[in-house]
Design a binder for this molecule. Structure first.
Ligand code: ADP
Ligand code: ZN
Length: 749
């Protein structure tokens, strides 16, 4: 690696020691910092991104502080190896990293690594070679072929071009051009060019703008009075199809007029393609899309544009929150209630919460948009509890746009209207599908289970097909001819033989997945055009886009889909939504089961009747009187939230109490157990802090590692991180044991 010497920071600064935070995953209260000395000629700044030797490697870190060398013998320190050709990170960036690290208890180095996730961005892009005509060229006696002559006469017009572009313009080839440059017939020069990613002004008259309804306009105006007024947080709360997106687009437009950076977080990449089309229609340009599978070259360009403070709009999954914006004006979190905002590995964080934190640090407004607020945001908006202090402004959109009405929701009692064995659709639902087909309208059957069947049992010996690496069943996928573990991704070819007893043709599938449901629907409605919409069938964005197009244009009669089909889409011909197993999410009963079920089902039901046609949703359930369903059927979301609040409040559960989990894992079962017991011996004794465990985690083995879990529960005013920190630092665990701390867990596996 070569050293950069950006001219702006060169100066003689002898005898300075710099303290550099390094990206080691060591958990401690403060960043892990090592001393280095400055190479001659580098003037350091706090926040500068530098590459330093660490053991045998070089790693990227951040200069956190600087001190004069005093009596330190400089030879003992290693020098900084290279540094980024960029402005330093700002105090806000560093403060954000510290806050995330303090809150999540993840090592500062790991949090820092999320921000420095694009090392290629630290240096200018490689220079690009351009060809142009040469003054000194002496064609002499060289005989020009027609191609060479074309190139010369084209360049003589004053063009500057890459070999590829030039070859395309002149119908020649890059090889000829490069040879000509070598022979001195044409000149070449190399320059680094940075992509220009700035958004441009929108000419409103060119765009097909909707005019906001008076309700929407009032909210847009109210929200905009907070722009450029420092930090403020807003819950934009409106039923699906009420125009929340239009409202926040209006705010984006106002922020664009101020040339500020804008960040929009969406829960899933899968949702971005439709969203992007809409954005382009509204603004006549593309936003920068950020997620893990964006090309390296784009990541580099986007990252650099952010830290240089250029006016860009970034739309991304949660990791976009760690981009080094330096001129941020607004953060929007769409579908704020979505669980996908919680990152479950490495640094375990809730991106929505951290977005609010970042907005606070950057002193900018943050808008959380949703049709079904998370309980946390609901309480923060001052709703439903006595001690509520409203930290968020609450804006409500109450009606669907135009003629669209909310769908009617009806329960089907599966105890009375039971499908025959091996079938999943009740008579009532079937009759409604028939009516919908006859009317030429669409049905969505929602079942949040990928594949054909969640469980296979050998009829001969009773063995269940299980994952080799996890404590979980293998799911049969007929379309791809495999059995898969949905936890670790393990897959084996689908065979009809038992792994245990070897008996042939006795493996029997239990329970439905979308593929099996499609089989049933195909048998009952042989004329219907059916499509399965799940992350298996619509894995690739172009396939998903085509599927969405076909549905939108009414080329499909019955969609059988998982949550992927139920979120965010706008299908004009869809009038019936059948929820095949409404009880599914309520089983297992973790903290947020009811909340999640409510959100998911109202999302799914909300797909019906989004335009002039009235929609309806039928929910199949064995406990149709459950409060979740009653609230859904009555369209009384606020009553549901209030009831849920009462339950959480009386149990001192989040957000009225604090919860954390510690999971220890390792490959040796006995060792994980004994280390967990060791940690248990050091458990702190506070009267108001309850520590449950260690017990085997509900998924006691995952990816070949055994897992033991503690759950920690404390009142809201307890600094739970402080207590956990003292606890885990008091006890040294074997190095093969991995400890994962999850503050405010969403997953209880
Ligand atoms: P939400 O985000 O609340 O689900 P959207 O913003 O997606 O709602 O709006 C639903 C549909 O109604 C979209 O097709 C949108 O273009 C349209 N729409 C929203 N507001 C208006 C308006 N004021 N006039 C006309 N169409 C609108
Ligand atoms: Zn597995």
């Amino acid at each position: 690696m070569t050293q950069n010497q950006p001219s702006s920071v060169i100066s003689k600064a002898p005898g300075t020691i710099v303290q550099v935070a390094v990206p080691l995953p060591i958990r401690r209260a403060t960043p892990l910092i090592y001393d280095y000395h400055l190479p001659d000629g580098l003037m350091a700044e706090i926040g500068m991104i530098v590459e330093v030797p660490l053991g045998k490697r070089f790693v990227w870190g951040i200069i956190m502080d600087m001190t004069p060398s005093g009596d330190v013998v400089m030879d003992k320190l290693k020098p900084i190896h290279s540094w980024a050709d960029l402005p330093p990170l700002t105090p806000s960036h560093i403060s954000f990293l510290r806050h995330v690290s303090d809150w999540t208890m993840a090592p500062f180095g790991m949090v820092m690594r999320m921000m420095l996730s694009t090392p290629k961005a630290h240096n200018k892009p490689k220079p690009t070679t351009f060809y142009h005509s040469s003054d000194a060229a002496d064609e002499g006696d060289v005989k020009l072929t027609p191609k060479r002559a074309r190139i010369l006469s084209f360049l003589a017009q004053g063009h500057h071009m890459t070999a590829n572009d030039l070859a395309a313009e002149t119908a020649t080839s890059p090889a000829i051009i490069k040879t000509m440059a070598k022979q001195g017939l044409i000149a070449q020069s190399a320059t680094s060019i940075e992509a220009d990613l700035r958004y441009h002004d929108i000419a409103h008259e060119d765009l097909n703008l909707v005019s906001l309804s008076s309700e929407q306009q009032a909210i847009a105006d109210g929200l905009s009075s907070h722009l450029e007024q420092g930090y403020s947080a807003h819950l934009l709360d409106g039923v699906t199809g009420s125009g929340k997106t239009e409202v926040y687009f209006d705010l984006v437009a106002r922020m664009m007029a101020r040339k500020k950076q804008i960040l929009i977080l969406l829960p899933e990449i899968a949702l971005t393609s439709q969203w992007q089309t809409r954005f382009e229609a509204r603004f006549g340009q593309k936003p920068l899309i950020w997620h893990s599978s964006v090309s390296e070259a784009n990541r580099r360009d986007y990252w650099r544009a952010c830290i240089r403070g250029e006016p860009v709009i970034v739309v991304g999954a949660r990791s976009a929150l760690f981009l080094p914006f330096t001129d941020l004006g607004l953060i929007i979190v769409d579908e704020e209630h979505e669980q996908a905002f919680k990152q479950e590995d490495m640094v375990i964080y809730q991106a929505r919460d951290m977005a609010v934190m970042r907005a606070h640090i950057e002193q900018v407004p943050v808008i959380l948009a949703t049709a079904t607020p998370s309980l946390e945001s609901w309480v923060n908006a001052g709703q439903g509890s006595d001690d509520a202090k409203s930290r968020y402004h609450h804006w409500r959109l109450t009606t669907r746009v135009g003629h669209a009405q909310m769908p009617d929701i009806t329960m089907i009692d599966l105890k009375r209207d039971k499908p025959p064995a091996g079938r999943w659709l009740s008579q009532s639902l079937l009759s409604d599908i028939t009516r919908t087909l006859e009317a030429g309208e669409q049905t969505l059957l929602y079942l949040n289970r990928r594949g054909y069947a969640p469980l296979s049992i050998c009829e001969a010996c009773g063995t269940k097909a299980k994952c080799q690496a996890c404590d979980s069943w293998l799911v049969t996928h007929r379309l791809s001819g495999s059995r898969q573990c949905h936890h670790c991704g393990y897959r084996q070819p689908l065979k009809n033989q038992c792994d245990e007893c070897g008996t042939q043709d006795q493996m029997r599938a239990y329970g439905p997945g979308v593929e099996r449901l499609a089989e049933e629907v195909g048998t009952l409605f042989p004329e219907a055009r059916i499509c399965i919409f799940s992350s298996d069938t619509a894995a690739r964005p172009e396939v998903a886009r085509e599927m969405i197009r076909a549905i939108t244009e009414n080329e499909v009669d019955i969609i059988i889909g998982t949550q992927m089909a139920a979120k965010g889409h706008h299908f004009p011909h869809l009038t019936l939504v059948g929820i095949v197993d409404a009880d599914f999410g309520l089983q297992g009963g973790d903290l947020r089961a009811a909340e999640r079920t409510y959100q998911m089902l109202s999302q799914a039901a909300g797909r019906a009747g989004r335009e002039a046609l009235k929609g309806r949703a039928l929910l199949q359930s064995y406990e149709p009187d459950n409060a979740v369903f009653t609230a859904l059927a009555n369209g009384d979301r606020d009553a549901f939230l209030d009831l849920e609040i009462q339950m959480r409040q009386s149990a001192f559960m989040p957000p009225f109490g604090r919860l954390a989990s510690i999971i220890l894992s390792g490959v040796n079962e006995g060792e994980v157990e004994s280390e967990a017991l060791k940690l248990a011996k050091h458990r702190p004794a506070y009267k108001n802090v309850m520590i449950l465990g260690p017990t085997p985690a509900p998924i006691s083995r995952l990816r070949d590692r055994y897992r033991m879990r503690f759950l920690i529960k404390a009142p809201r005013d307890v600094h739970i991180q402080q207590i956990l920190r003292e606890w885990v630092e008091s006890c040294r665990l074997a190095s093969q044991i991995y400890m994962q701390i999850d503050i405010d867990p969403y997953s209880f596996m």
